[in-house]
Design a binder for this molecule. Structure first.
Ligand SMILES: Cc1ncc(COP(=O)(O)O)c(C=O)c1O
Length: 358
């Protein structure tokens, strides 16, 4: 019998969240961001589930785009980090991948006039990771024009640094900068919005949005959980209660004796740990769910197991299923307890945990 530790993937919830993104996008079209193995959910299954719903996907690198094709999915795919070699341009032309060009060396590869994929141009409006500065854009467009590539340019992309913070004025500044920078090319498409930007009042979303985390039910907004935003949890991380015992007042639990019972306590051990991607920094009081009730972790998370307080669930028995995150306990809550973000938890579930799609 395989261990019952599993990540259940609800593909209906994924499609629900995509529809929500598409609705919020209004006149813009939402390209589904499915990089990092579909944010840990399995890129092949995610691509198949969204095929026919999302008219375009976005991934970080060409290996991920090729995994989509290996799954038999023919939807166009934007490559957010562009080509990593000249060869990637030929592959992109053949496979309908759309590289985002962000650097001089990539422009150089485009000058030989051979492979002809559709292209996006990345504009650096303040994030300062990738992209051409606004004053470089006319030069970039001249180089592409001289190389006979003008017709291949689909549009311009930028990325927001602070859209998760509804109070920040940074997103408005970046938007203004982007509008000014791209004004000379009004016929080309424009794309700015990550998930968070879909929830910002009055935010211009232009032609294409790029929702990622919201598709998986995670919250992109500081201080909000996914369900607060009408999103459904896609991954339920589940494991079995493998043992139950009662400890006495004064007895400690697990490594470092980090939790000590102040009174006799019924407790259980759950077969999941940081070796499965459950965060080690989630300590005592981090929530979980069993038999219709919320419980709390106690002590330190080990590699293969963790401990829970069962004093409020007298009927819990070995073999019962524990939800570590999912519809009853948002991954965003676990992230808050672990001092991280839902993105890291979802993408960090290890290969030891089978993904089971429903
Ligand atoms: C360029 C770009 N666009 C869109 C996204 C999607 O962002 P989110 O998952 O916050 O929606 C990402 C994710 O990191 C990205 O790098």
């Amino acid at each position: 019998m395989p261990r019952a530790t599993v990540a259940r993937i609800n593909l209906d919830a994924l499609r629900h969240n995509y529809r929500k993104a598409a609705d919020l996008a209004g006149d813009a079209t939402a390209m589904a961001v499915i990089k990092a193995d579909g944010y840990g959910h399995g890129i092949r299954e995610v691509a198949r589930a969204l095929q026919g719903h999302a008219p375009k996907f976005a991934v970080a690198c060409i290996e991920e785009a090729l995994a989509i094709r290996a799954a038999g999915v023919t939807t166009p795919v934007a490559l957010l980090q562009g080509p990593h070699s000249e060869q990637d341009l030929a592959t992109s032309a053949r496979e309908s991948f759309e590289p985002v060009i962000h650097s001089e060396h990539q422009l150089h590869w485009l000058q030989d006039g051979k492979a002809a994929p559709a292209l996006w141009i990345k504009v650096n409006t303040g994030m300062n990771r990738l992209g051409f500065s606004p004053d470089q854009l006319s030069g970039v467009m001249s180089v592409l024009s001289a190389a006979g590539r003008q017709q291949q340019v689909t549009g311009f992309v930028t990325h927001f640094a602070c859209a998760d913070d509804a109070q920040s004025d940074n997103t408005a500044r970046q938007t203004e900068c982007f509008v000014r920078a791209t004004q000379p090319w009004p016929k080309l498409a424009r794309s700015v919005a990550n998930s968070a930007a879909h929830f910002l009042q009055g935010q211009a979303l232009f032609d294409w949005t790029r929702p990622g985390i919201m598709l998986y039910g995670g919250s992109p907004m500081i201080g909000k959980l996914g369900p607060d935003l009408g999103l459904e949890s896609v991954m339920t991380l589940e494991a079995e209660l493998t043992s139950v015992r009662t400890i006495k007042a004064g007895e400690s639990v697990g490594y470092g004796g980090a939790f000590t019972a102040s009174e006799p306590m019924r407790m259980g051990i759950v077969a999941i740990g940081y070796g499965d991607g459950y965060p080690r920094h989630a300590g005592t009081d981090t929530p979980a769910w069993i038999n219709g009730r919320r419980i709390r972790l106690i002590g330190r998370v080990s590699m293969d197991m963790l401990a829970v307080d069962l004093s409020k669930v007298p009927d819990a028995q070995p073999g019962d299923r524990v939800e570590l995150w999912g519809p009853h306990v948002s991954v965003d809550e676990i992230a808050q307890h672990a001092g991280t973000i839902g993105y890291e938890l979802l993408t960090g579930v290890t290969a030891r945990v089978p993904r089971v799609c429903a």
